[in-house]
Design a protein around this ligand. Sequence first.
Ligand code: SD4
Length: 325
Amino acid sequence: MSHPKRKTRRDFLKVSVLSASVLSTGALSAFSSQEKRPLVVSTWRNTDANNAAWNVLSKNGRALDAVEQGARVPEANPKDTSVGYGGLPDREGLVTLDACIMDEKSNCGSVAFVQGYKHPISIARAVMEKTPHVMLVGKGAEQFAAAQGFKKEKLLTKESEKAWKEWLKKSEYKPYHNPGQHDTIGILAQDADGNLCGACTTSGMAFKMHGRVGDSPIIGAGLYVDGEVGAATATGVGEEMIRIAGSHTIVELMRHGRSPQQACEEAIKRLIEKRGEEKAKELSVAFLALNIKGKVGAYSTNDVFEYTLTTPDQMHSVIRSESYF
Ligand code: SD4
């Protein structure tokens, strides 16, 4: 995609040198409200994903490429049982994947209920860039992926199959309380030019009903980006994020002046109000937000959520989020 206002590496270095000299004189005013760029933040302990994104951002690359490259890391990791290859299957033993991506100009692409392709995030990007549509699901998405040259692969690993067989013994269908069983990646980045982009990818809730789609591929629920305002992403029980259009809600709250932290807290509180505290205690839901000034916020229902932040000063720090309960 063309990018008319892209700065050259030399411009980037100039800005870096300028900011260093401004900092050294103590005259902070020009940068006081803007955190240093570029930066990337992702849900959970995703240091390898941030590293891949950072490889793009630190070379003055585009945030869109950074979030895609970041998301591809857990998608390819068989040990990550919530995303891509190695993801835990549905009740039928089938691995079905959901993903979406959104750029600073509100271009977006999404795929849901896709089987046999390791990198749904890249298929979602192809939907965004090569079709007049936003979302393709199931067989249609798979046909499109094949036509685009994506390679069909088996995604169920021996370990995930074993876990499914173990689950089958009781077949206890409890999609609401499995905080240990998820770490979907939502990844938000701001590049040196200030562009905000985001991506989200998952294999969904473990042992879900066949055909179930969560929040992660739904623009506005699992991810939302407004290039003028900020970006938000979510992880946890997707049904809850969809109910309050969580990521869009957070971006709208930021538009009306809330900080990313306040916006995430307000969205979680709204969700808890709707469910009642008793029920909400069982729901593991977390939001992560980034505003146009590079400020980050996070909040979750229960005390399990952490996120990974990478800035020029802070390489891949894993930070524990505050929570309601
Ligand atoms: C879903 N939100 O499909 C996803 C699950 C998740 O870490 O976040 N897992 O509902």
